[in-house]
Design a protein around this ligand. Sequence first.
Ligand code: NAD
Ligand code: DAU
Length: 358
Amino acid sequence: MSTDFILVTGGAGFIGANFVLNWVAQEGARPVVLDKLTYAGNPETLASLQGDARHQLVQGDIGDAALVSRLLTEHQPRAVVNFAAESHVDRSIVSPDAFVNTNVVGTFTLLHATLDYWRVLDASARAAFRFLHVSTDEVYGTLGPDDPAFSETTPYAPNSPYAASKAASDHLVRSYFHTYGLPTLTTNCSNNYGPFQFPEKLIPLMILNALEGKPLPVYGDGLNVRDWLHVADHCTAIRRVLEAGRLGETYNIGGNAERTNLQIVQAICATLDDLRPGARPYASLVTHVPDRPGHDRRYAINATKILQELGWQPSIAAEAGLRQTVAWYLAHQAWVDGVRTGAYRQWIDQNYSARGNA
Ligand code: NAD
Ligand code: DAU
């Protein structure tokens, strides 16, 4: 018999941990978290749950079939929500192996172990069960300035090893629905921002560099466009898809907030000028550095399907969300210090010294 548990993989990372905290706040129940605790996974993000006997964070790999099977059998979850992934495009360019191992082989292993578990559930538990795979808009490739936004029927055209590995995982999930009937759902979301994001990604990196008076390394001309969504809105969307999404379907999730990278960096600088004024405007730190290879020019999301079918739309306006995020990083120096380990500093040296901006 299935319980009220859900299994959240990658639940100590940025979006996964926000999802777990949101789930606890909204549902009361404690998800079981399986996380490898790579450089990007941080138990401190879930510190508010420590001391709660119902909170379980298991350190392990989604590619470990025996471990995944044991957790499924032991906890009898009614859903698996898969956030576990290598997620940083620049790292996928330097070391693609980990991306294939976790995003492709790991997702496959997790799917197959879940199928074995699901097959022997009783009929009502089998009918209620869901496997929700969290994916990205990067699988669709890149858009020109006047192209229509990505819809669920846009052909896949991934351009980085990260995007290709996520595309492969999406295809595996699709195949497990069509071939075996596993009740799957897939979400493809745009760029997230908000509390607890690892400071290798654009927004936290720029906030922390600015505060330390370091250059703000904008790739290329800075006119690449991303669609930005607050992580809290992404979590609400995932919960809604889990609750009412049609089996085997994919749902695009977006913030309806296309901005160039320069616009984002300038907005961060203006917010810091206001909240933590320095001797000079922070925007004077903006430095153009050599571009990311294969850098997608524009992403944009058509989120009509999730609005029409499930009634979800973003609730946090980009400017307000960005200001709130800057304020969060200002107020959480201890969390920041905890994640900026030696390995983090090594990555920053490796990525930016190659661009002439150590
Ligand atoms: P993240 O890098 O912050 O967190 C990933 C988590 O997965 C970490 O806790 C890490 O320890 C864990 N992990 C990595 N390999 C693992 C493995 N083999 N087994 C178990 N755990 C493992 O990533 P994020 O930004 O939180 O992204 C979460 C998911 O959402 C990813 O699948 C990503 O592709 C997708 N996504 C991210 C964004 C975004 O803007 N960040 C947007 C759309 C989709
Ligand atoms: O679109 C969803 C994707 O968004 C997710 O699938 C990924 O997991 C997530 O990392 C994010 O990918 P991006 O490559 O868009 O995010 P990133 O923060 O690395 O970069 C955002 C933009 O900023 C991108 O155009 C590259 C640029 N950039 C990034 C960094 C780190 C810079 O100009 N300078 C930088 O130092």
